[in-house]
Design a protein around this ligand. Sequence first.
Ligand code: NAD
Ligand code: UDP
Length: 339
Amino acid sequence: MRILLAGGAGYIGSHTALALLKAGHDVVIVDNYCNSSPEAVRRVEELAGRSVEVFEADVRNPSAVLKSMTDKPVDGVIHFAGLKAVGESVRMPLAYYRNNIDTTLTLLECMGQAGIKNIVFSSSATVYGEEAPVPYLESMPRGRCSNPYGWTKSMMEQILEDAALADHELSVVLLRYFNPVGAHESGRIGEDPLGTPNNLMPYISQVAVGRRDLLTVFGGDYPTPDGTCRRDYIHVMDLAEGHVKAVEYGAGRTGVDVFNLGAGVPYSVLQMIRAFEAASGVSVKYVIGDRRAGDLPEFWADAKKASRVLGWQTSRTLEDMCRDAWNWQKNNPMGYPKS
Ligand code: NAD
Ligand code: UDP
């Protein structure tokens, strides 16, 4: 199949592009590089030994998106393009609603014009909201989100569901990611956050490589086994392979399907630090600080549906996640070269 990746130059998109190429699919990317680098795509091509077609454009631009869909016929779309920083979304809610909702509407409208009937969407465990019991199950309703980023994901799920209700030929697969971490085992592609990382694993890696002095653990008094928050971390290559299964699955059907993509096992912040130290042989300096507003004590996936229906499950361990995150960071201490 020929698959269009909107936002495909980013962290998860670049790893998914590689997994798709390795599975024998063709890849076309539309990205404006607002949070990524063309170097990521170049390295994907180098690792796969195959080329990727790239349209440098805003996914809110209908003529550019339509061109990317019709230059050569596209069989499916994976929609990664969005802004994703929770704290920033609280400060700049309109930018988040404008970018995330408009990219989704534009993609759906252009798919309608191009006759493409298969879309996979990057959603998040955040849509389960603040009250859901753990582990999260796909059959639970969406809940109240604690920030505008989360609401954009919830609203985009609704928009996609409504689009599928109106077009009986459309297939929508909503993938609810848990906590993606790590990098491709080559150390050539990985997570390259702009500025100070918001997420735990890139923060740990940057402390280990000497870019930052110390990690602040957000809260040590949660009702969890060691007092720090617990999350369901998933290796980005396991996640990428989940997308290959999802877009192949979507090609043969219609309607809406929802899948949790997580490992189904929670680890605490302190467990992550210790695992990273063991995998890297480098010590990570940290202090226990205040809780971060909006953080839930713990959540993890019930990941059985993806296993049963997609035939997908995680195969990489916590040690693999830490080793590969470190391999990427130590080989690329400042991330991708900046032009
Ligand atoms: P990322 O920022 O690395 O990738 C997003 C890509 O989209 C970037 O390359 C960016 O340049 C591009 N983009 C954004 N707006 C665009 C626009 N208007 N036009 C063209 N390109 C645009 O983020 P990621 O971690 O790879 O996440 C991918 C998707 O998965 C996002 O939608 C994110 O919300 C979702 N998600 C991520 C996580 C996570 O922890 N990384 C968790 C749950 C869900
Ligand atoms: N965290 C932390 N220090 C940091 C970044 C994150 O203690 O500098 C914790 C955070 O409180 C959460 C976990 O690490 O419990 C994962 O946070 P992240 O932002 O990576 O993902 P989230 O689960 O919030 O989407």
